[in-house]
Design a protein around this ligand. Sequence first.
Ligand code: CAA
Length: 248
Amino acid sequence: MTKRVAFVTGGNGGIGSAICRELAKQGHSVVAGYFPPEKESAEAWQKQMHDEGFAIGLAAVDVSSFEDCERAVAEIGDEFGSVDILVNCAGITRDGTLKKMPEANWKAVISTNLDSAFNVTRHVVNGMLDKGWGRIINIASVNGQRGQFGQANYSAAKAGMHGFTMAVALETAAKGITVNTVSPGYIATAMTEAMPEEVLQSIVNSVPMRRMGKPEEIANTVAWLASEENAYTTGANIPVNGGLFTSH
Ligand code: CAA
């Protein structure tokens, strides 16, 4: 197995943590990006990972800022080496119906969930092109594929993320790089815990598998997409949603 440098934005989040663990288990050198104001909790998270046997690096990065991403990617390059595997996993929700949505909630979600994919990938892609190897995995959502009541901002950002995946996949396919989207359904994390309980329950009841997903179920798919073996799947949107949404 070739040891690679993996950078996971939102690495200290619910899905991000499972991805960091899985990529570390595969033997990669893993760096978790965290939102700078969360320094204290990110350091506690790093210690917990360490106690579990995973040595994970930390990088403070505001993914909504192009300049901050440039700085963070340069620092990761100096400390760990250039990024071979990028997982764009940082994301937020600001749920509410469009008729009441403040502009700030639209902008926050678009900049953190969609601009971020550009802001980070733009600073990583040239290193991958130079090396002739790379894996870019964008974590979107079932709600970017089918829309969700109360998520005009989030659904737009996540749908846009896959448009980004498809275009960048075409631009990099001849250079040993694969670019794919993973679209999770409702996964048991702090993000879904924050939902009104009855709304969450009614959605889970509509999932054909009748349960929420586990973060590890997303991490396994990411690990496969990041692997050496996955050299021919690119531009795809892989659903991991318990059957909540099917498409061809
Ligand atoms: N479909 C149709 N109508 C609905 C509805 C639905 N799913 N949900 C509510 N309504 C109706 C209500 O019955 C009510 O109707 P009346 O006005 O006729 O009484 C009306 O819409 C309520 O509209 P409001 O603008 O007043 O909405 P609200 O303030 O009650 O709250 C909400 C709406 C904040 C969007 C709330 O429903 C909510 O939090 N929904 C969850 C959204 C969601 O799925 N978020 C996912 C978070 S996790 C995540 O994003 C991870 C991932 O990738 C899956």
